[in-house]
Design a protein around this ligand. Structure first.
Ligand SMILES: [Fe+2]
Length: 408
């Protein structure tokens, strides 16, 4: 990890970051999904089984006559190789039948897979602290997210006042996107992960030249530069990941996030001289000091809509500014180990989701994953409990804080 040069002359209006442009992939692998949304795969290249998560074992490549397992080379023939088709599969001339929940499964759906093997993405994430899952989302999910966010083709629509997760199945589908979750579990070395807050879609509008802007910071739960929640560096213990979903294309012009890539390994806060969020949100900061640092030591990641940028929450970054007239959609999601107190209570949102039509429009796998990700729990000597906020105690702590504030 090279030393980060600390600059003494910023913030300024200089904007010439190093631009990392992620190209649109020319091809994607395929999933072979069961009706419950699980994945057909193989470990030994001979026997097929159903998996409840995605890693290299379930990645297939389309061939002229069917599918080839990317890692082992096992070849299957198929009644169709068209994306989203429901198909019959054959191995050495025999129809494939697997058992799931005591029921035989003989029909499989062809799903949109990643552009590279999950193990390759994990290697990149481990090496550099971030990875792009480029165009990982299927077109119909991107369309649903743009509709909920009122961006791109839906710019003229009015946002609906209902939690996004209950509005459209795409919000649950992106929240349960399996490779970003597998990578997060591997990187944080725990299967027990949670969303730090409920999923939401933001639309960045054109910068007006005067409003206060986000400064440099690290994400939840560290929040160095914007609240400083974790008191000391956590070293090998990773307390948070951030998943940025590009709902629209992310470009230099429309406000793609600006990072200092690699800084997760420094285990330090961004330098104050770069303009940190603790300062930049203060009224008058921009007029006095200009914008947070955007010079050539910073990295801006451009990526096509439907991509996920997954990064270690300690990576220094700040929001970009939109210089176009088009609203730019994003879904910014903190993911934490189950032992971290969440940033916001997700219990009401997940209950709204359970009661919504959107719940019935996603697979059983997505339903289960959302429940795992959004029901925070206490597991202790007294048993297992779901956590949510308590109105009475909330009132009490707020009154206490109010009283304390009034003393000083
Ligand atoms: Fe952030």
């Amino acid at each position: 990890m090279p030393a980060i040069k600390r600059l003494g002359t910023v913030p300024s209006d200089e904007f010439c970051p190093n631009v990392v442009t992620i190209p649109r992939p020319t091809k994607h692998f395929r999933y072979l999904n069961t009706p419950t949304g699980d994945w057909l795969g193989t470990i030994d290249g001979e026997s097929l089984q159903v998996f409840g998560h995605v890693d290299d074992a379930v990645i297939w490549d389309a061939t002229a006559t069917g599918f080839k397992h990317v890692v082992t080379g096992l070849e299957l023939t198929a009644s169709s190789t068209e994306l989203n088709a429901t198909i019959d599969l054959f191995q050495d001339g025999s129809r494939i039948s697997v058992t799931e929940q005591d029921t035989p499964v003989e029909k499989f759906a062809i799903g949109h897979g990643p552009e590279q093997l999950p193990s390759k993405s994990l290697q990149t994430l481990n090496e550099q602290g971030w990875v792009s899952l480029t165009c990982i989302l299927p077109d119909e999910v991107i369309d649903g997210l743009q509709r909920v966010g009122c961006v791109d083709a839906y710019e003229d629509c009015t946002p609906v006042r209902q939690t996004p997760l209950a509005q459209d199945p795409s919000v649950a589908q992106v929240s349960a996107e399996p490779i970003s979750l597998w990578l997060t579990r591997e990187y944080m070395k725990t299967k027990d992960i949670r969303l730090g807050h409920s999923p939401g879609i933001s639309a960045l509008t054109r910068d007006d030249g005067v409003r206060e802007v986000q400064g440099w910071h690290t994400d939840f739960p560290y929040l160095w530069g914007t609240g400083d929640r974790i008191p000391v560096p956590s070293g090998d213990l990773v307390l948070g990941m951030q998943r940025n979903v590009c709902v629209s294309d992310f470009t230099k012009e429309n406000g793609a996030t600006i990072f200092k890539l690699g800084t997760h390994a420094s285990n330090e806060a961004p330098p104050e001289e770069w303009g940190i969020s603790n300062h930049t949100y203060r009224k008058g900061f921009r007029a006095t000091y200009g914008l947070p640092y955007g010079g050539k030591e910073a990295d801006l990641i451009e990526a096509p809509a439907g991509s996920i940028i997954l990064y270690d929450a300690r990576t220094w970054h700040r929001a970009g500014m939109n210089m176009t007239d088009r609203r730019r959609g994003a879904m910014i999601q903190a993911i934490v180990p189950g032992y971290i107190i969440p940033f916001m209570d997700t219990s009401q949102t997940v209950k709204s989701f359970f009661a919504s039509d959107a719940f019935n429009q996603v697979t059983e796998r997505v339903q289960k994953e959302i429940e795992k990700l959004m029901v925070h729990k206490i597991a202790g000597p007294a048993g297992l409990f779901a956590i949510s906020t308590d109105d009475e105690l909330t009132q009490r702590v707020r009154e206490q804080r109010q009283a304390a504030a009034s003393v000083y």
